[in-house]
Write a protein that binds this ligand. Structure first.
Ligand SMILES: [Cu+2]
Length: 345
């Protein structure tokens, strides 16, 4: 008997701990970089507003139904075999009530949802910035057709301007989700999907591929960097310049030579120097703060480790032609390559 009581107590304690744990997640401060409940632009706002409106009746209904289920099961439970309830058939008033109230609720939610869906999917016209986003296993490519810029992993945009994103994929289905700026939209090979995003304040907004896409799906993050319009213009002007390739006998020049002789140039484009199409465009690599699907800070230490053995830093499948292979470079070669990469501003 004593044992059974303590087992029941333990179960209650477990329940209490689990409930407190769940409640404690509600105390989260707004310091998480990928908080979808912390909209930072008009498109994310529209989704957030709809969510808040739907959440209130949904929560009320949840607690009402749960309360009624528990109340009825305890209050009217069978106490003995003869204890049968009064048998009735039909109740016009009740049946009308539980048909009309949900009908009205669903109608309101439906109208607001459809309106929001149409609203955020409308292709913006006028003064917009078009960008084509291509998902790759496991990084993002960004092309600005009107500016002639190709870059990777960091999407730079001006504040206060609608960005008309065309989404597609080079391999499998990915999903582009800049959590604080827009909803998620699938990037599907052979299809062009649409997403509009806009940031109000300059800043860095992190996101994530939200569709399982293989081995390094969890390492396929993304970053949107919003600039004031004048900073964006300066960024774009710099991106449009071809790379200045070092010559002579300097370490940088040796690295530039290795970039071709070691085969980097077969996979990576450096405008004015190489035209590989497999990996990210490296023309202005040093203007990025993160690399490899926005998971590593772009500094000498991380680049060194990357060049020493990429699949050890980020799980990839170079044997199947996906990702960057280990090119078995010597420490000296890595150092020269990095001094070259560091000239790519
Ligand atoms: Cu993915």
């Amino acid at each position: 008997m004593r044992n059974r009581v303590s087992a029941a107590k333990r179960r209650v304690m477990l329940g209490v701990v689990a409930a407190v744990g769940l409640l404690a997640t509600g105390c989260a401060k707004q310091t998480f970089p990928q908080d979808a409940l912390h909209p930072q632009g008009p498109y994310a706002d529209k989704i957030d507003r709809l969510w808040r409106i739907v959440f209130v009746p949904a929560a009320i209904m949840f607690f009402l139904v749960m309360f009624l289920v528990l109340f009825v099961s305890f209050r009217y439970r069978a106490r003995s075999d003869e204890d049968a309830p009064v048998q009735t058939h039909g109740n016009i008033k009740l049946e009308l009530t539980w048909t009309i109230i949900p009908f009205i609720l669903l109608l309101v939610i439906g109208v607001l949802t459809v309106k929001t869906v149409f609203d955020i999917n409308k292709i913006p016209k006028g003064n917009v910035l078009p960008v084509t986003v291509t998902g790759h296993q496991w990084w993002w490519e960004y092309r600005y057709p009107t500016l002639g810029i190709t870059t990777a992993n960091e999407l730079h945009i001006p504040t206060g301007k609608k960005v008309n994103v065309t989404l597609t994929s080079a391999d499998v289905i990915h999903s582009f989700w800049p959590t604080e700026l827009a909803g998620k939209v699938d990037a599907i090979p052979g299809r062009m999907n649409h997403l509009t995003l806009e940031a109000v304040k300059p800043g860095t907004y992190d996101g994530q591929c939200a569709e399982y896409c293989g081995l390094s799906h969890a390492n396929m993050r993304l970053r949107v960097v919003a600039h004031s319009p004048s900073d964006f213009a300066a960024w774009a002007a710099n991106q449009q310049k071809p790379a200045a390739i070092p010559t002579g006998t300097s370490d940088e020049a040796v690295g530039a030579g290795l970039f071709k002789s070691k085969g980097c140039s077969g996979c990576h484009t450096i405008n004015g120097y190489s035209a590989g199409q497999v990996g990210p465009n490296l023309t202005h690599l040093e203007t990025r703060k993160v690399f490899a699907g926005a998971i590593f800070p772009l500094d000498e230490q991380h680049l060194t480790r990357w060049l020493r053995n990429p699949p050890a830093e980020k799980p990839m499948m170079p044997q199947n032609g996906i990702g960057m292979p280990n090119l078995k470079l010597s420490d000296q070669e890595i150092a020269s390559l990095i001094s070259f990469l560091q000239t790519l501003h």
